[in-house]
Structures are given as structure tokens and as C-alpha cells.
Design a protein around this ligand. Structure first.
Ligand code: GTP
Ligand code: MG
Length: 280
């Protein structure tokens, strides 16, 4: 027992961690990393081929952290559906303590794609237990391009926080949010390592459920009132009312604190009213 003591003291001082970046091509993964590590921005697009690797050292409280950064190509050719790449991908996900999930606030498909990036990672990692030992940070990137923004803060934050992930608005171009994001990222990873490899519980309890968050997101993206209530076009009064009651219980502002729940609830009330007007 005694012989372990000096080793533990040494461990307290330095830590090696592995972080990876995930997200569609051209969302700004490499630029975010470059902005943090090299304090500069390159406007010209240089697609990452396969995986880029870099090392940086950071200080979190009394610890020195050596960070190995694996920056992944977002282009499907390099990541998905290529059988010869599977080995590379397995190695890539393995043993990471942190994941940067990046999307471009001006491209909705890059936001929607976060689910499949996460899905692919889960599949590769095997068990949910492994996912619980990883700190996730969602970067809503390119916030400098305000005019072309299509995914607002509420929507991004909801997706992230309902999963127990951090959410930051970033711009690799202006530098906005970059240092804050990395500081929170590394400090959470350190907390996690000090907590025996589990994400601290406080981070995951956000006061609303994933079902509530996903429902609000589905409602925001629904194409018409039928779709919003989750019933088939031509459904009966009973079916509409049943679907409405289920959503009302889930989203009533007295019961649901998720951002956007009040608007979603109002939208559901209006959808029901307009459908019932036209059903005999
Ligand atoms: P892949 O390596 O192909 O997966 O792309 P990536 O996600 O690494 O994107 P990259 O960092 O190479 O950036 C893509 C393009 O977006 C480049 O032209 C960047 O200059 C630009 N870009 C990245 N971040 C920002 C940002 O915050 N604001 C603006 N305006 N442009 C950005
Ligand atoms: Mg890149």
C-alpha cells in the first residue's frame, strides 16, 4: 500500500488526455482547434484528409494536462461507409475523454447530423457505460455570420443540455467563445478524471428530460399541424385529442422547464384547435 503513495502524488500533477472532433465537413473543426492552439484563423478551406493529430499542454488548477487532439475529417468519404476505414475509425474513438461536436449555425443539416455522428460513435464504442466517461462539448460555430444563421441558440442549447453536454457559441474567425469553451472542456475532463472516470452528476441533471427536449425539437421542425401532433393526416377527433393530451402532459410550462417548452406548448394548442375546426 505504502509504495503507491508517491506515484499517486505524481499523478495528481500531470494528466494525459485524448480529445476528438466530430461534425460535418466544413463546419470549422480544424479552425476551432487552430484558433485555440495557434491563435490564428485561415479563411481558405483546407479539408482535413483522414485525421489530423496534434498535442498541446494546458494548465487546469494545479495540474498540467497534456492533450492529444485528433481532428477528424467530416467528409463522409473519410469517415463513414468505407470498409477499409473501419479500423482507423475504431482506433480513433477508442480511449477518448472528450469530444468536440461541431456544427455550423448557418447549415441546418450540419446540426441535424449531430445525432448520426453521436450514433456512429455509440456504435463504435459498444456500451453506454463508455459514453458516460466522456465529456461532450457542442460548438455552435460561425456565429460571426449572423445574417445566414438558421439554427438559433435555444435549439442548439436544448439539444446539448438535454444530453448532459456543454453548449458554446463559437467563432473560429473572431475567436468568440473559443477560450471559454476549451477552458470548460478541459476543466470538465479533469473533474471527470478526478471523479474516477465518471462525468460529475451535476452536469447531467438539467431539470428536464431528453424526451421533453426531443419533443420540442420535433415540434419546431414539424411541417404541419398533423405532423406537430404526431398523427396521420385525416386522423379522428379522438386521435387528435389523445395525441394532444400526451404532449400537454409532457410540455405544460408548469411541468417542463426545458428552454422553448412554452412556445412548443402554445404551438401544440394552436395545432389542435385548427385541426379540430376542420374535423367533423
Ligand atoms: P473538414 O476537415 O472537411 O471536416 O472541415 P472542418 O470542419 O475542419 O472545417 P475547417 O475548419 O476546415 O473550416 C471550413 C471553412 O469554414 C474554412 O473556409 C474556414 O475558414 C471557415 N470557417 C471555420 N470556422 C469559421 C467561423 O467561425 N466563421 C467563419 N466565418 N468561417 C469559418
Ligand atoms: Mg478539418
Amino acid at each position: 500500500m505504502e509504495t503507491n503513495a508517491p506515484k499517486r502524488r505524481d499523478n495528481k500533477k500531470s494528466l494525459r488526455v485524448k480529445v476528438i472532433s466530430l461534425g460535418n465537413a466544413e463546419v470549422g473543426k480544424s479552425c476551432i482547434i487552430k484558433r485555440y492552439c495557434e491563435k490564428r484563423f485561415v479563411p481558405k478551406y483546407l479539408a482535413t484528409i483522414g485525421i489530423d493529430y496534434g498535442v498541446t499542454k494546458v494548465q487546469v488548477r494545479d495540474r498540467e494536462i497534456k492533450v492529444n487532439i485528433f481532428d477528424m475529417a467530416g467528409h463522409p468519404f473519410f469517415s463513414r461507409g468505407q470498409s477499409e476505414k473501419v479500423h482507423v475509425r475504431n482506433e480513433f474513438y477508442k480511449d477518448s475523454q472528450g469530444v468536440l461536436l461541431v456544427y455550423d449555425v448557418g447549415l441546418r443539416e450540419s446540426f441535424d447530423a449531430l445525432d448520426s455522428w453521436l450514433g456512429e460513435m455509440k456504435q463504435e464504442m459498444g456500451s453506454q457505460a463508455n459514453m458516460d466517461s466522456i465529456v461532450f462539448v457542442v460548438c455552435a460555430n460561425k456565429v460571426d455570420l449572423t445574417k445566414r444563421r438558421v439554427v438559433d441558440e435555444g435549439e442548439g442549447r436544448l439539444w446539448a443540455e438535454s444530453r448532459g453536454f456543454h453548449y458554446f457559441e463559437t467563432s473560429a474567425q473572431s475567436g468568440e467563445g473559443i477560450n471559454e469553451m476549451f477552458q470548460a472542456f478541459f476543466s470538465s475532463i479533469t473533474d471527470m478524471c478526478e471523479n474516477g472516470g465518471k462525468r460529475p452528476v451535476s452536469e447531467v441533471s438539467v431539470g428536464f428530460t431528453k424526451e421533453q427536449a426531443d419533443t420540442i425539437r420535433r415540434i419546431r421542425n414539424s411541417k404541419d399541424s398533423w405532423d406537430m401532433l404526431g398523427v396521420k393526416p385525416g386522423a379522428t377527433r379522438e386521435e387528435v385529442n389523445k395525441a394532444y393530451r400526451k404532449l400537454a402532459v409532457l410540455l405544460h410550462p408548469d411541468k417542463c422547464v426545458a428552454p422553448g417548452s412554452e412556445d412548443a406548448f402554445k404551438a401544440v394548442v394552436n395545432a389542435r384547435t385548427s385541426l379540430l375546426k376542420n374535423i367533423k
